[in-house]
Ligand binder design. Structure first.
Ligand code: C5P
Length: 300
């Protein structure tokens, strides 16, 4: 490296063998972030982390989005974190916060089963084995769009419709049909894009992304989960009772765990996290620590 009055000149190592994975301090300097991001094209194919990447906001707020839209890499090189677990364990919240913190994409796979159930019912198909093929065929024709926290099915905003307890139970019914699960695989794989993905569901670590570098299986006691769901629904003005909620979520867990394809269970290499007595922040910090531990460069 050569330092001048108003510049630094960085010359890359002469041979790939001399490159090392690194995490780059940007010192709130947009030029540091943008210049060093080019080191990600190193001939050794080693990872580079740019710390505080949002410092590019000063001159080029969408710099990384633009870079990732142009850059290509092997799909297997795109990092994935899986967050699986039972109903109302807080997976959705944990996964969404992790995705925001890391600047990664987010896959809410449960919403795909919820949307499929809704579309099937709109098409007049009952959610049972007799209509398995018809529902699987229907999946291929659906237009599903996730934008700005909302989800559209064939152009109609269904974000609220798919969030009810009934929609969850219907999702659980269609999700037990093997052909429907198969029909949704490519759609889920499509979410694996640069710079990375946090995937939330039941079979992310076991079936959809079995090679993911970090798999978290999130649990909480049935009592805690029912309480959380109760508070959520009451705050939205939806009346319900704790015992009925608990019975519903236990029924859904039982169906999800006992089905023959992709049953709800931790992957063999999953890290178990019981968040019954943890705040969201604590769970996020813990998982970010685990993720840091998976990186080839250490925290500085
Ligand atoms: O996570 P969420 O509650 O939205 O999921 C709704 C239902 O969709 C679950 O109860 C489960 O039956 C099904 N599902 C699944 N596999 C996934 C995600 C959800 O079978 N990866």
């Amino acid at each position: 490296m050569e330092e001048g009055a108003d510049f630094i000149r960085v010359t890359p190592p002469a041979s790939p063998a001399h490159w090392q994975a690194a995490s780059i301090h940007t010192y709130d300097d947009h030029r540091m972030a943008m210049c060093f991001s080019l080191a990600a094209f190193n001939p050794a194919g080693l990872p580079v982390r740019i710390e505080d990447p949002k410092c590019v906001a000063k001159t080029f707020p969408d710099y990384f989005e633009a870079l990732f839209s142009l850059a290509q890499t092997r799909t297997s090189a795109i990092p994935v974190i899986c967050v699986d677990g039972p109903t109302a364990s807080g997976k959705g919240t944990l996964a969404a916060v992790l995705a925001t913190e890391l600047g990664y994409h987010f896959l809410d796979s449960g919403s795909l089963y919820r949307i499929t159930a809704l579309a099937a019912m709109q098409a007049g198909l009952s959610l049972d084995a007799a209509h398995e093929q018809a529902i699987a065929d229907l999946v291929q024709s659906l237009s599903i769009q996730f934008t700005e926290g909302r989800v559209r099915l064939n152009g109609t905003d269904v974000s609220d419709t798919i969030r009810t307890e009934e929609a969850g139970m219907n999702a659980s019914r269609v999700s037990a049909l093997p052909k429907v699960r198969l029909a949704l695989v490519d759609l889920q794989h499509g979410f694996r894009q640069l710079p990375g993905l946090v995937a939330d569901g039941r079979d992310m670590g076991t079936i959809i992304f079995p090679e993911a570098a970090l798999k978290v299986f999130l649990t909480a006691s049935a009592e805690r989960r029912a309480e959380r769901r109760y508070k959520q629904l009451i705050s939205k003005g939806i009346s319900t009772t704790l015992p009925s909620l608990r019975a519903d979520l236990e029924a859904r867990d039982a169906r999800d765990s006992s089905r023959s394809v992709a049953p709800l269970k931790p992957a063999q290499d999953a890290r178990l996290l019981d968040n019954s007595d943890l705040t969201v922040e604590k769970s996020v910090d813990l998982v970010l620590d685990w993720w840091q531990g998976k990186q080839p460069f250490s925290a500085i």
